[in-house]
Design a protein around this ligand. Structure first.
Ligand SMILES: NC(=O)C1=CN([C@@H]2O[C@H](COP(=O)(O)OP(=O)(O)OC[C@H]3O[C@@H](n4cnc5c(N)ncnc54)[C@H](O)[C@@H]3O)[C@@H](O)[C@H]2O)C=CC1
Ligand SMILES: N[C@@H](CC=O)C(=O)O
Ligand code: NA
Length: 431
């Protein structure tokens, strides 16, 4: 912080969807922020990859540079915001900023879910903030409630829609019959998707967010590699149609649970059929929603814009103000020290399952198929036949069953001569 003024001079790394929305927001709010905190925020330097690009924000001469490390090490910079994304050079830049005693605000879930523990240790050692509300569920305040308000809560489960891009795609496919590729292109155009949208559609982005949530909710370190994930790229219009006919919508869910006896943590991301009456079913477009369930507090739901430049910039700015106030007082927030979590694999989790089968039209098929379920200890809650003759398809929904048993059932079904194809396999959550 400049010695003789109340101005906190910000070095902004990245000026894309988020950085580009943050600059005008800071300009618009700076008088209010100063009146409330006594601190004036000033975006002093901005690092981007391509300085020639028109990014729709007006910056004074000399503010833009391609050299992000020069911004971090500039003695005129008090606080650093990282909205570049990816592991490197973000990791190197944040490390350098923290070691120089500069608080950092980031929206980079990929980085935090992989090497967050290393960066938090450096921040603690340096006695400065590393804040990241924007990294999980964009503009929704979730990290602060989890780490502050719910600190003493025995959290049993956190479950939610954690990726705006995939929720946008699924909404367009469900409501408008849009093609997957067209809906993805629109999400990219609207600034929701990651630079490489594979992270969104294959569940890595939601997985990174789920790992961060698990670490904070259970106070033990969960990393991206611990998360089981399936994305939405294999979801077809037919899957969405079957789900709809049966009274469900398809959502990409992140689920974080702890075994109350062993303390082991299971973190998974996969498409799921959610009953139409469930609150998560009504979460549309780029909105996110996160259910937190605790023994004492019961059920909480956090809802709002999980992606997009302006909502994410809002979360970044909240952190920037906190970090600036802490800097002026010589204090900082701390996450505490996290040991490594014991991880429970997907095999040990439970859900209901929809399994659909293309079968041959011959006597005894139903008997053989239901036998495969029974042999593996999986009980059937509902069954129906779609079509007749050679096009017949059997659709089953199980009672709650262990994933390992259901996977064994699917293997048994594939071994049956009468089963031509296991055409659909999707977990059912929230019944
Ligand atoms: N877009 C969204 O809805 C959300 C994004 N985030 C996160 O915020 C971060 C930024 O996201 P977006 O703004 O959407 O990305 P973007 O791709 O639109 O912008 C990235 C910016 O970083 C700059 N950049 C890239 N490499 C650089 C380098 N080596 N040196 C200097 N500048 C460099 C680019 O020139 C660009 O200005 C990512 O970590 C993302 O996961 C988090 C929540 C929501
Ligand atoms: N690509 C992400 C952006 C916010 O985290 C998403 O679609 O949710
Ligand atoms: Na958030």
């Amino acid at each position: 912080m400049a010695n003789d003024t109340n101005t906190v001079r910000i070095g902004l790394l990245g000026c894309g969807n988020v950085g580009g929305a943050l600059i005008p927001l800071i300009e618009q709010q700076s008088d209010v922020i100063e009146a409330r905190t006594g601190i004036r925020l000033e975006v002093t330097r901005v690092a981007v990859r391509n300085v020639a690009r028109d990014r729709g924000v007006t910056l004074a001469d000399g503010v833009l540079t391609r050299d992000a490390m020069a911004v971090v090490t500039d003695p005129d910079i008090d606080l650093v915001i990282e909205v570049i994304g990816g592991i490197e050079p973000a990791r190197e830049l944040i490390t350098a900023a923290l070691r120089a005693g500069k608080p950092v605000v980031t929206g980079n879930k990929e980085l935090l879910a992989n090497v967050g523990h290393e960066l938090f240790a450096i921040a603690d050692e340096a006695g400065v903030d590393l804040l990241f509300e924007a990294a999980v569920a964009g503009g929704i305040p979730l990290i602060r409630p989890l780490r502050e308000s719910l600190r003493g809560e025995p959290v049993t489960r956190v479950m939610g829609i954690l990726n705006g891009t995939t929720n946008f795609i699924l909404t367009k496919m469900t409501e408008e019959g849009a093609e997957y590729a067209t809906a993805l292109a629109e999400a990219q155009e609207l600034g929701y998707a990651e630079r490489d949208p594979t992270a969104d559609v294959e569940g890595y982005d939601a997985g990174a967010k789920a790992a961060i949530i698990a670490s904070i909710a259970y106070g033990s370190r969960v990393v991206a590699g611990d998360v089981y994930h399936e994305g939405i790229s294999a979801i077809t219009a037919a899957d969405i149609g079957v789900a709809s006919r049966l009274g469900y919508v398809v959502k990409l869910l992140g689920i974080v649970e702890q075994d109350p006896e062993t303390g082991a943590v299971a973190v998974r991301v996969h498409p799921a059929m959610v009953p139409k009456h469930h609150p998560l079913a009504s979460v549309r477009e780029s909105f996110n929603a996160v259910f937190v369930e605790g023994d004492a507090v019961g059920q909480l739901m956090f809802y709002g814009r999980g992606a997009g430049g302006a909502p994410t910039a809002s979360a970044v700015l909240g952190d920037v103000i906190d970090a600036a106030v802490n800097l002026s007082k010589g204090t900082h927030a701390t996450l505490g020290s996290f040991g490594r979590a014991t991880i429970m694999g997907i095999d040990e989790t439970s859900a209901e399952y929809l399994i659909s089968l293309d079968v041959s039209d011959e006597p005894g098929v139903l008997h053989a198929v239901t036998g495969a379920f029974a042999d593996n200890g999986v009980s059937i809650r509902a069954a129906e036949q779609e079509g007749i003759g050679p096009d017949a398809r059997l659709v089953f929904i199980t009672h709650t069953a262990r994933e390992a048993d259901v996977q064994a059932t699917v293997r048994s079904l594939r071994d049956l001569d009468a089963v031509l194809k296991v055409g659909g396999f999707i977990r059912v959550i929230g019944s």
